[in-house]
Design a protein around this ligand. Structure first.
Ligand SMILES: Nc1ncnc2c1ncn2[C@@H]1O[C@H](COP(=O)(O)OP(=O)(O)OP(=O)(O)O)[C@@H](O)[C@H]1O
Length: 465
């Protein structure tokens, strides 16, 4: 595929957008710290704002505890989405919100802060806020963010509504509930979850959750069982036009914060692709990458559960330390696997799209798309949204990272080309025939990422749970 790829518009061997900040980073604390605070001062940057959290309308009770929580997390200033969305979401009377912002720019803290400010803690065992996410991992992560930002609130209680978390016969008796739509629907139907006092509904990864081909039906049913005047907050890094249109009827009269196409990608992620001679060569190239370089934490995305397990087993046999997580594992096993990855106990995770969205592990410096994301019947169409979410597992909140997408045939080449066109980006070409150059390109970013990990204050490295 080399010739085709090199001449492809949008997938040329040009300097990628994200490469500049990476190479500008110096390996000393001063420069790295200055760079992050500079980003937060720049109003054009997704992390930048002019305001402080105090100025954003957090004056609804209990103001001090929420602010204290944000301060304890070292959230010194709001990001752009936090600055724009918070005053709108906190205004009274409550109004719906549809908010789009790039991966890793603090959407979770924006909706969590709103939820924490809306709950009446004197009614601690009455469910008042419901947050929905597409995977148990993301639901647990959001639960962790709520308990961390809300750590100074007396009487704060959060229930997880994920498979296995609430026994048959038990009931949801906390003021905030975070769950996956199927389990939440079951709990409401079995009358284990009284929704009558709910006042806020948050749907994270909303484009995915409202998609009629996926979870849309379940989310619509859940909404149908909630009070009619509930405030609805929809968040995602991506909102394809079709879903956005539906979202505006799901959350009527919403305030809308939307990105332009050119704003979708995060500048700190150096996007590269590896032009593999054929499908059969991908595994060897993957092993060579890991053999040559000291990468730190990384995620490898593949198409199916079966291939995830198979690649992990082969890599382990070949002497690499690699874990695998996908939907075929039991819930508790999945939790343990992700916890190990968060704490750095395991450093390389092979997974499917189950972890493509929302997962926030700040130490991830590389994402590999071993299989390019495709969608539709027969996997016929390139999946730009999933590509963006997958690569967004690195480069979180001003950090740098690298993504490498493997292509190996005409179909994957065409798909990557289409993704690059959709996102209006160029990707850096890596060649399996020039490992010196590949190592140089990748290591440059990984080194900067390591320098940042040492010096940028991180609220969540190692996980929030
Ligand atoms: N104001 C802030 N100051 C410093 N760090 C922040 C701030 N807001 C959020 N963060 C940190 O930024 C990281 C990314 O935030 P978060 O997970 O909310 O991103 P996101 O926008 O939801 O991304 P995704 O689209 O991938 O779900 C988290 O580790 C979080 O702790």
């Amino acid at each position: 595929m080399a010739d085709q790829a090199a001449s492809a518009p949008g997938v040329a061997a040009a300097q990628v957008d994200g490469a500049a900040p990476a190479s500008n980073l110096q390996e000393n604390s001063y420069d790295v710290e200055v760079q992050l605070s500079d980003l937060q001062k720049d109003r054009e940057n997704p992390l930048g704002s002019a305001a402080t959290f105090q100025e954003l309308g957090l004056s609804v009770p209990p103001p001090n505890e929420v602010l204290e929580g944000l301060t304890a997390l070292k959230f010194l200033k709001p990001s752009k989405v936090q600055e724009k969305a918070l005053p709108l979401m906190l205004a009274d009377p409550p109004r719906n919100m549809i908010a789009q912002s790039q991966s890793g720019t603090g959407k979770t803290a924006a909706f969590v802060t709103t939820v924490l400010s809306r709950v009446d803690y004197s009614q601690a065992s009455t469910p008042q806020a419901l947050l929905l996410a597409p995977s148990r991992e993301l639901a647990r992560q959001i639960q962790g963010v709520i308990t961390t930002i809300g750590q100074f609130i007396p009487n704060l209680g959060v229930s997880a509504a994920i498979p296995g978390s609430i026994a048959r016969g038990g009931s949801v008796d906390k003021s905030i509930v975070v769950g996956t739509p199927g389990t939440v629907m079951d709990l409401i139907r079995r009358r284990q979850f009284d929704t009558s006092a709910l006042r806020v509904l948050v749907i994270d990864e909303a484009d995915n959750m409202l998609d009629q081909q996926g979870l849309g039906d379940q989310c619509a049913r859940v909404k149908g069982m909630l009070p009619k005047n509930i405030q609805i907050l929809l968040f995602s890094a991506t909102f394809p036009e079709k879903v956005l249109k539906y979202a505006t009827s799901f959350a009527p009269s919403a305030n809308i914060i939307k990105l332009k196409v050119q704003e979708l990608t995060v500048k700190g992620i150096s996007q590269m692709y590896m032009d593999c001679p054929g499908e059969a060569d991908k595994y060897e190239i993957l092993c060579k990458l890991y053999g040559l370089m000291n990468i730190g934490s990384s995620i490898i995305f593949v198409k199916t559960r079966e291939s995830a397990t198979q690649i992990q087993q082969s890599m382990v046999r070949d002497g690499h330390k690699v874990s695998v997580l996908h939907g075929a594992y039991e819930g508790s096993e999945r939790d343990a696997l992700l916890d190990d990855f968060r704490t750095g106990k395991s450093k390389v995770l092979i997974t499917t799209n189950v972890l493509a969205r929302g997962i926030d592990v700040s130490t991830v410096s590389m994402v590999i798309n071993y299989d390019i994301p495709m969608k539709g019947a027969g996997e016929a169409t390139h999946d730009t949204e999933t590509y963006l979410h997958r690569i967004g597992r690195t480069g979180r909140f001003g950090r740098v990272g690298v993504s490498i997408t493997f292509i190996s045939d005409k179909k994957s080449f065409t798909a990557l080309h289409a993704i690059a066109k959709d996102l209006q980006i160029d990707l850096v070409a890596l060649s399996p025939d020039d490992w010196d150059e590949t190592e140089k390109q990748v290591q440059k970013v990984i080194k900067s990422s390591r320098a940042q990990a040492n010096f940028v204050p991180s609220a969540t490295s190692g996980g929030q749970e």
